[in-house]
Design a protein around this ligand. Structure first.
Ligand code: SF4
Length: 378
């Protein structure tokens, strides 16, 4: 059986103002200690997966900012991971990168060590908006990062963009889309900004220092990205994700199909064999636990069949193709329309869901109001 592997690198140059991910300011000594602890966790799970007969078919190295690591440390991480989890040339191996932490030499090294998909967080093309977000880079550095990635041989690039940034106008959003599409990345992930409670950006909005973007404007920005990118040959295949034909992210598709995955590193989540668990968030406690030879698991939940069915429909509806009816029946021995008959009918009547002979999917209206549909199945 195949499984996706996620490896968390919890370091960044600086904390962005909207970020509530688990990440710490980078320092090479902490990173060395961390990589040793991570290697212990890899060692344990490589044997565990082999015993269960699981084979890693996609790898995603995220963070944090994996590329904040010095080239030598990145090489160590990749060599260890590859030897423990035996990637092949066909394995999709993605690494997240932040402009300002990459250069040609570093990118060439990771490319040679098996990373074949680079995901660059650019977020916006206007200096003012990048400052609002607290990014460590300007637009010029982002451009240089893309050029360096191409020179290093990356033929599969994703760019992350954010809309709904306080102070952002529809024209600025259009300009970002235009500039990035001109660079021809194979994939774009375009998210609306989530203002997470307690982050500096949330405080700035709550205190009135910054004006939030209205819901209507956010919807317009979302419509804009769908129209703009689909008119230029990108397939809109998930609520926030767009790909040129043949370049959908296989690792993330695993999440959306609710397949199994293993997460390594602090706060990383895993799902397999009717269980979900997540690791200790605190990096020091994670390292101590791992070096003691214990699993750094913070909490573990046994899942019921119903839990897995709910997760499968919630994740499946994120895809524009929707939930595969035959796949659901094969997996659970029940038709999705028998499990949630009233909810599905209600959402069809409200124009949010559509039932075809093969799939249950969000309508165009449903894509824009996904949360109103999801809540019915919880
Ligand atoms: S680069 Fe990503 S993980 Fe790091 S602080 Fe910014 S948003 Fe958070």
């Amino acid at each position: 059986m195949q499984i996706g592997l996620y490896i968390h690198v919890p370091f960044c140059l600086n904390k962005c103002r909207y970020c509530d991910f688990v990440s710490y300011n980078y320092n090479p000594d902490d990173a060395r200690v961390y990589l040793e602890a991570l290697e212990r966790e890899m060692m344990y799970y490589s044997a565990y997966l082999a015993n269960l007969g699981f084979k890693v078919n996609t790898v995603f190295i995220g963070g944090g900012t994996p590329t904040v690591l010095e080239t030598g440390l990145l090489a160590k991480l990749l060599i260890s991971a590859r030897s423990y989890f035996c990637w092949s040339e066909e394995t999709e191996v993605t690494m997240e990168a932040n402009p300002g932490t990459i250069n040609k030499h570093k990118l060439r090294t990771i490319r040679e060590l098996g990373v074949n998909r680079l995901s660059i967080g650019i977020q916006a093309c206007q200096e003012k908006l990048l400052q609002t977000l607290g990014r460590v880079h300007d637009y010029q550095l982002a451009l240089e990062g893309i050029y360096a990635a191409r020179e290093a041989g990356f033929k599969n690039l994703n760019v992350d963009l954010i809309f709904g940034i306080p102070g952002q106008s529809l024209n600025q959003w259009r300009e970002s889309l235009y500039k990035i599409e001109n660079l021809q990345p194979e994939h774009l992930a375009c998210y609306s900004l989530q203002l997470e409670e307690g982050t500096p950006l949330w405080v700035a909005v709550e205190s009135g220092e910054l004006d939030p973007v209205s819901e209507e404007m956010e919807l317009e920005m979302y419509n804009e990205v769908i129209n703009f990118l689909t008119a230029r040959g990108y397939q809109h295949y998930e609520i926030s994700n767009f790909a040129k034909p043949g370049f959908r992210c296989r690792h993330n598709l695993g999440y959306w199909h609710n397949y199994y995955y293993l997460g390594l590193g602090p706060a990383a989540h895993s799902h397999m064999n009717m269980e979900r668990w997540y690791n200790i968030k605190d990096i020091k406690k994670y390292a101590v636990q791992t070096m003691k030879g214990s699993l750094p698991v913070a909490e573990r939940h046994t899942l019921t069949k119903r839990d897995v069915m709910v997760e499968t429909i919630l994740m499946g509806l994120r895809l524009t193709s929707g939930l595969d009816l035959a796949g659901f029946y094969k997996r659970f021995g029940q038709k999705v329309t028998d499990v949630w008959p009233r909810e599905i009918n209600k959402l069809i009547n409200r124009g949010l869901l559509e039932l075809t002979s093969t799939n249950l999917k969000l309508t165009e209206k449903g894509l824009r109001l996904g949360n109103q549909a999801f809540v019915e199945f919880v």
